[in-house]
Design a protein. Structure first.
Length: 136
């Protein structure tokens, strides 16, 4: 879990400003998108250290806290979405109702991966999975 990508980006903006680098959108450095991509690309398939030669995976879940009460059009959110292709929208109303697990609003959340996993889900979960997911 990376908490919080937004704070990290704000710190990068501050350092960039002090170094007098050319600002990009909203004062963030022009290289914001590439640095975010580098961070998320660290996740993946790994060979575990040790004598057994085991393999595993590293997952990254980034938490983005857009300013202004959820302005998803700001650069940190938009560049993160371009890289990760998944969005879990947390809902303050659900959180106040003590919704558990996390207050994920399934109506505003989405994934751009269904086409990539449809065949596996159809074989291992049910043959109608792809049709149900297509409307999401």
């Amino acid at each position: 879990m990376a908490d919080s990508t937004s704070r990290w980006a704000e710190a990068m903006r501050e350092i960039s400003g002090r170094l007098e680098e050319m600002p990009g959108e909203h004062g963030y450095p022009a290289y914001l998108a590439s640095r975010l991509a580098c961070f998320y690309e660290r996740a993946g398939h790994v060979r575990v250290l040790g004598p057994s030669g085991r393999t595993g995976s590293v997952s990254v879940i980034g938490a983005v806290s857009p300013p202004g009460g959820g302005d998803f059009s700001e650069p940190v959110t938009q560049n993160t979405l371009r890289v990760v292709r998944v969005f879990w929208a947390l809902d303050a109303d659900l959180a106040h109702e003590r919704h558990f697990p996390p207050a994920v609003n399934w109506l505003t959340s989405y994934s751009l991966y269904p086409d990539d996993v449809e065949r596996w889900w159809n074989e291992h979960v049910g043959d109608q999975w792809g049709g149900r997911c297509a409307g999401a």
